[in-house]
Ligand binder design. Structure first.
Ligand SMILES: NC(=O)c1ccc[n+]([C@@H]2O[C@H](COP(=O)([O-])OP(=O)(O)OC[C@H]3O[C@@H](n4cnc5c(N)ncnc54)[C@H](O)[C@@H]3O)[C@@H](O)[C@H]2O)c1
Length: 343
C-alpha cells in the first residue's frame, strides 16, 4: 500500500513519516494488513534537508524500508493533488496540511481556500481514485470556543471563535459526511496543542506553549504572551503521532456516526511548565534560560476563547494513548532533538 501525508514537510508530518517507516504496515479499510511500500510527503515546499532529516533517524539500510518521495505543490491545485495521490487506490491519507491559527485569523480568504476548499479538493480527488481509502484528518481543539464547559468532550457543541477553528469544524463535518456516503473511511483526530515543537516560533497563537520549554532549554529568553496561570490542553508530539496511527487502525464500526475523536490532553499552565523544567534542570544540571512576561493582548484574546481542559475518555476507550507527563515530554524532546534542543 501507499501512504500520502499532506503537510508532510511540517513538524508533525515529518515525525509521522519517521514513525510509519518504523511501523512498516497498516490496516486497510477492508480490514487486511498491508505493508507500506511508499510514503508520499506533499507540501507547499520542503527544506533542502527534509529527506535527510527523516533518513538520519534510521541505522538500517534504506532498501529494507518503504520509499519516501516528496511532491511540492498547493492543496488548492488539482494537478498537484492528483500528482500526490497517484492513481492506485491501495492507499491511506493523513491530511495534515493546514494554515495555522494566527495565519487564518489574518488571512480569511486564504484560510478558506487552503483549509476548506483544499480539503474538499483532496477528498473529491480521492473519491475519483476510488477504493474507499482511509483518511485521518488533523483537527484541533480550536473547534471549541466561547462559553465552554470544563472539561470539553466530544459532545460539546462546536462554537469556534477563530477562523482556524471554523475551518477545522468544517473539516470534521466533511470527514463524517464523505464517510457516511461511503466515499472514504475517514477519521478526525482533534489535537490539543502539541509540545515541544523544535526550531523557531511559528505564527500559531499557541506558539508560546512550545516556546516556554524550547527557549529556556536552549538557554534563551522566552517571552511569554499569556498569564502564568493560563490553563491550556497540551500533549506530547510522540503521543500525537501514535494517536494518528492508532486512529487509522480503529475499525470503522467502533467509531459510529461521529468520527471526530478528541485526543487526551494535560491541562498545563506556564507556571507548571516552569516547575517541570526546574525539576529537569535539577536532575540533569542543564542551565535554563529565563521566561519573561510579555503580555500580548491579541494572543491572549485568542487563547482565552479556547478550552482550558478536555476530556479524552472516548479516545482512551477506543485505544488511543493517554497524554504523557511533562517530564516524559521534555525527555522525549531532548532524546529526539538533542543536538538542536540544547545550547
Ligand atoms: N502542532 C499543534 O500544536 C497542532 C494542534 C492542533 C492541530 N494541529 C494540526 O496538525 C496539523 C499539522 O500541524 P504541524 O504542527 O505539523 O503544522 P506545520 O505548520 O508544521 O505543518 C503544516 C504543513 O502544511 C503545509 N501547508 C500549508 N498550506 C499548504 C498548502 N496550501 N498546500 C500544501 N501544504 C500546505 C505547510 O507548509 C506545513 O508544512 C495541522 O493540520 C494543524 O492544524 C496542530
Amino acid at each position: 500500500m501507499r501512504v500520502v501525508i499532506t503537510g508532510g514537510g511540517g513538524f508533525l508530518g515529518r515525525q509521522l513519516c519517521k514513525r510509519l517507516l518504523g511501523v512498516g504496515e497498516l490496516t486497510l479499510a477492508d480490514g487486511s494488513r498491508s505493508a507500506i511500500q511508499e510514503i508520499t510527503l506533499f507540501d507547499r515546499s520542503f527544506d533542502s534537508g527534509a529527506l535527510d532529516s527523516i533518513w538520519s533517524h534510521f541505522q538500517s539500510p534504506h532498501h529494507s524500508l518503504p520509499s519516501v518521495r516528496c511532491v511540492s505543490g498547493s492543496i488548492e491545485e488539482e494537478s498537484s493533488v492528483q500528482a500526490a495521490l497517484g492513481k492506485d487506490s491501495n492507499l491511506s491519507v493523513f491530511h495534515l496540511a493546514s494554515m495555522v491559527s494566527g495565519e487564518c485569523e489574518d488571512q480569511f480568504d486564504e484560510a478558506w481556500r487552503v483549509n476548506v476548499l483544499g480539503m474538499r479538493l483532496l477528498l473529491d480527488t480521492l473519491c475519483k481514485v476510488g477504493g474507499n481509502p482511509k483518511v485521518v484528518f488533523s483537527s484541533s481543539i480550536a473547534c471549541f470556543g466561547g462559553e465552554l464547559p470544563a472539561p470539553c468532550d466530544d459532545r460539546t457543541k462546536h462554537t469556534p471563535q477563530t477562523t482556524y477553528g471554523m475551518t477545522k469544524v468544517i473539516g470534521e463535518l466533511m470527514i463524517n459526511d464523505y464517510s457516511r456516503k461511503g466515499y472514504i473511511d475517514g477519521r478526525s483526530a482533534r489535537l490539543p496543542t502539541v509540545i515541544i515543537r523544535p526550531g523557531k516560533p511559528n505564527t500559531a497563537a499557541s506558539s508560546w506553549a512550545s516556546g516556554m520549554f524550547r527557549e529556556p532549554l536552549k538557554q534563551e529568553v522566552c517571552l511569554l504572551p499569556v498569564d502564568w496561570d493560563q490553563p491550556h490542553p497540551m500533549t506530547g508530539y510522540r503521543t500525537v503521532i501514535d494517536s494518528l496511527i492508532a486512529l487509522h487502525e480503529v475499525p470503522q464500526a467502533v467509531l459510529g456516526h461521529d468520527r471526530a475523536i478528541g485526543l487526551p490532553a494535560r491541562c498545563v499552565t506556564p507556571r507548571m511548565a516552569k516547575e517541570a523544567l526546574q525539576r529537569f534542570a535539577a536532575e540533569t544540571g542543564v542551565v535554563l534560560g529565563e521566561i519573561q512576561e510579555s503580555p500580548d493582548a491579541r494572543i491572549q484574546s485568542i487563547v482565552r476563547q479556547w478550552p482550558k481542559q478536555v476530556d479524552g475518555a472516548r479516545g482512551i476507550a477506543i485505544g488511543l494513548p493517554d497524554a504523557p507527563s511533562l517530564s516524559e515530554i521534555i525527555h522525549d524532546y531532548i532524546d529526539d532533538f538533542g543536538n538542536q534542543a540544547l545550547p
